[in-house]
Design a protein around this ligand. Structure first.
Ligand code: ASP
Ligand code: MG
Length: 440
């Protein structure tokens, strides 16, 4: 049995959704198909929710109406049989009625989660109706019946496995299951989600839970590329990489895959394949335990990074200093990405400055604190890259003109990270494309 996940753009147009139906019927293997919301829907729902929170009901109403009109058009282009169209209209009525009702009640975090869930509920129901029209046997299984979070808001593969196994057991004759990405129930039983972009995570958790033969992630690009296609002219897809490499790339900026989606596949050893809905025969990228090759595979950049330096002569020959510094970040639940130390100073980077003021204040007890906002981390990722000959020479030769603020080497054998001012990101990625990949 395999898992096939289709992202927002892959279901975002009626024609695309029809192509998804072709893709899921192309082979006979049993499968669970995970769908995102139609592209743009979750953003619209976030906006509606924010307007409600700000008590701007009129603007929220306008957004709901626009969204509803969009879905009516969509249904008109997707379906042809009157009886099925009527069923689709009922689905739209039900969900947009819900959105109308929320305009009358007071905003809460639980309500916000309910609003955000509408996108995936709609996309899967409409897709299921399209399959019905085409006479393609399948079963729609609600993610809210098996995707659960624990009290720490973390999904547990073990629990999902038990619940999903019961559902599959009851539907032994079904070959195609359809379910929602992103949405889940929390420990209180309320509707919740796996955070933005979380459908990939759903797919990987489901794949781990059923011990899938493969977890296919279908998007609108032919796999993970060696560099950011939005910044450099020539990039190429990577044929194969390890879970470790994929995790580094996903975390450090490659937008194609949600970073959390790596661990379930890795832990349960399910191969992940990144594929392109627009070009289904393209090889894409295979992610397995095996990296396939050594050496530099890709570079990626992550923006909105803040660097914090704590300088203290008390650090000289002292022990326990770093623990105290780290405890401050732990207290404010702020994770650290890069760390470099000298004998009298430590520099760290964070990607969330929500508690920057509080953190700075507490760190000032240990020494002089310097903050550099608006930085980017550029990561150079590759299997055993730190054992690759000449890598540092080539790397620094390529970026001679870039003022590098921090370098992280040796933390993992698969990653070298540089911290640079955000304004040098484009130039850095372009120079690395020439210097490391010989691409323009
Ligand atoms: N629809 C959700 C989002 O846009 C989840 C996803 O697409 O992965 O964030
Ligand atoms: Mg996505």
């Amino acid at each position: 049995m395999k898992v096939m996940k289709f992202g927002g753009t892959s279901v975002g147009k009626p024609q695309r959704m029809k192509e998804v139906a072709t893709l899921i019927t192309a082979d006979k293997e049993k499968k669970i198909v995970v769908l995102s919301a139609l592209s743009g829907t979750t953003n619209a729902l976030v906006e509606i929710s924010e307007l409600l929170a700000a008590n701007d009901r009129q603007a929220a109403r306008q957004h709901i109406d626009n969204l509803e009109a969009h879905y009516h058009h969509f249904v008109g282009d997707l379906l042809t049989e009157i009886s099925i169209i009527n069923k689709a209209k009922k689905v739209l009525a039900e969900h947009f009625e819900f959105l109308s009702i929320i305009l009358k009640i007071s905003f809460s975090e639980a309500l916000n989660k309910d609003i955000l869930a509408q996108g995936e509920l709609l996309s899967t129901k409409l897709f299921s109706l399209y399959l019905e029209e085409k006479g393609i046997p399948h079963k729609l299984i609600p993610a809210l019946d098996f995707m659960t979070l624990d009290t720490q808001d973390e999904p547990q593969v073990g629990t999902i496995k038990v619940k999903l196994a019961q559902i599959l057991q009851k539907n032994k004759d079904t070959d195609i299951f359809i379910t929602q990405g992103y949405i889940s129930r929390n420990a209180k039983g309320e509707v919740d989600n796996l955070k933005r972009g979380g459908s990939d995570y759903t797919a990987s958790l489901v794949a781990a839970a059923i011990n899938a033969s493969v977890c296919e992630i279908w998007t609108d690009i032919d796999g993970m590329h060696n560099n950011d296609p939005r910044v450099v002219k020539t990039t190429r897809p990577i044929e194969q990489m390890s879970f470790e490499e994929a995790a580094e790339l996903a975390y450090f900026g490659a937008k194609i895959l949600h970073p959390a989606s790596i661990w379930p596949a890795q832990f349960y050893n399910v191969p992940v394949r990144l594929l392109n809905t627009m070009d289904p025969s393209a090889k894409g990228t295979l992610i397995t335990e095996d990296a396939g090759s050594t050496g530099v595979k890709a570079v990626a950049a992550k923006d909105n990074i803040t660097a914090i330096k704590v300088k203290s002569s008390r650090m000289l020959l002292a022990y326990g200093f770093l623990r105290k510094v780290f405890e401050v970040f732990e207290k404010y639940r702020t994770s650290i990405d890069m760390i470099t130390t000298s004998e009298v100073a430590v520099s760290v980077t964070i990607d969330s400055d929500i508690y920057l003021k509080e953190i700075t204040k507490e760190l000032e007890a240990f020494g002089i604190v310097e903050i550099d906002a608006n930085q980017s981390i550029v990561s150079i990722v590759g299997n055993e890259i730190t054992d690759t000959k000449e890598i540092m020479h080539k790397l620094f030769e390529s970026i001679k003109a870039i003022p590098v603020r921090m370098v992280s080497y040796g933390g993992s054998r698969h990653n070298i990270s540089l911290l640079i001012p955000r304004s040098y990101k484009e130039q850095t990625l372009q120079e690395l494309n020439k210097g490391l990949f010989h691409l323009d």
